[in-house]
Design a protein around this ligand. Structure first.
Ligand code: NAD
Length: 319
């Protein structure tokens, strides 16, 4: 990995779950780090570990002036700011489009204008949809099942175009199901693992949408931060779309069983209707990440869950 001291990186969405882990990692590597975030779902507490070492720009991705100010002098941009929710996008396609697509396009334009070298974009496995082939390789035709998936796919296409048309080095990383400390369990749109963990710790029934036999490919958040750092410099990655995942799938029922065992939870799950836009099975082919980025996930599911549970038991400890 190329050394970071002396380089300036901007993390959009840096106060969020994945973004804040990436910020911590960049600070540890010696980079000068800026964050652009409107704190709509992100929080100050997520940035507590890197605190004084970073420069925070509180602003909206769609505000050209705020973006240009945050970008000035940056070598690399990690673009994670988004409204990252399938159900929210189903409820409100227009607002999510405005942030996820129009915001990304505005950022790409500003990068081109200011002369940023590379932008690493947080894309999503949602782009694959319910096309039945497993594991999912990047060469499969995309099949978005929700506005969110469609929006993330459009961002990938804009990134590819900005690389070929304008020479801005872009890399789209299709994250699969990321989990770990700081992931919010709270909103109506919260991801599964933090909801399962907090339900178990509070001895409340875990809610599963559908029959629980749907599968997901989970990847620990610190592994995702590593993948982002690798994507910032890998030469062969420019203009590419690359899966970032653990490379194994597990059913939601099996995840719940592990979380219940690790938390010693006696309360069983309850099942609700499957949600619109939810995908049935998901598993990544991770060969391209290994080939182009030399990325292989290091933290197995059970160790990641143990760390996540420890965080939710003592959220005030800096993780
Ligand atoms: P998150 O909600 O914790 O982080 C998103 C951040 O973006 C928040 O800090 C939020 O305040 C900020 N933000 C939202 N709208 C903004 C705006 N208009 N201007 C500036 N900042 C804004 O979500 P996350 O799980 O950390 O996701 C980060 C990225 O990774 C997203 O782009 C998401 O689509 C992508 N992703 C996440 C997963 C996952 O499993 N969590 C999977 C695939 C892709």
């Amino acid at each position: 990995m190329t050394a970071w001291p002396g380089r300036t990186a901007l993390v959009t969405g840096g106060a969020g779950f994945i973004g804040s882990h990436l910020v911590d990692r960049l600070v540890d590597e010696g980079a000068r780090v800026r964050v652009l975030d409107d704190f709509s779902t992100g929080s100050e507490s997520n940035l507590a570990r890197s605190g004084e070492a970073i420069q925070v720009h509180r602003g909206d991705l769609r505000d050209g002036e705020a973006v240009r100010e945050a970008l000035n002098g940056c070598d690399v941009v990690f673009h994670l700011a988004a409204i990252p929710s399938v159900p929210r996008s189903v409820d409100d396609p227009e607002t999510t489009h405005a942030v996820n697509v129009t915001g990304t396009l505005a950022l790409l334009e500003a990068c081109r204008e200011v002369g940023v070298r590379r932008l690493v974009m947080a894309a999503s496995c949602a782009a694959y949809g319910n096309e039945p082939t497993l594991p999912k390789s990047e060469t499969l035709p995309p099949h978005p099942e929700s506005p969110y998936a469609c929006q993330k796919l459009m961002c990938e296409e804009y990134c590819r175009l900005y690389a070929s048309l304008y020479g801005l080095e872009t890399v789209s990383l299709r994250f699969f199901n990321v989990f770990g400390p700081r992931q919010s369990p709270e909103s109506d749109y919260a991801a599964a693992i933090p909801r399962f963990v907090t339900s178990c710790l509070e001895e409340r029934p875990i809610t599963i949408f559908g029959d629980g036999e749907q599968t997901r490919d989970f990847v620990y958040v610190e592994d995702v931060a590593t993948a982002c750092l690798l994507a910032a410099d890998a030469e062969a990655a420019v203009g590419q779309v690359i899966n970032i995942a653990g490379g194994k799938r597990i059913s939601v029922n099996d995840i719940v069983a592990i979380v219940r065992r690790l938390t010693d939870c006696k309360v069983g799950p309850s099942y609700l209707e499957v949600r619109d836009g939810d995908v049935r099975h998901s598993e990544a082919n991770v060969a391209k990440a290994c080939d182009l980025l030399k990325f292989v996930s290091q933290v197995d599911l059970e160790s990641g869950l143990e760390r996540t549970i420890a965080h939710f038991r003592s959220p005030e400890e800096l993780t």
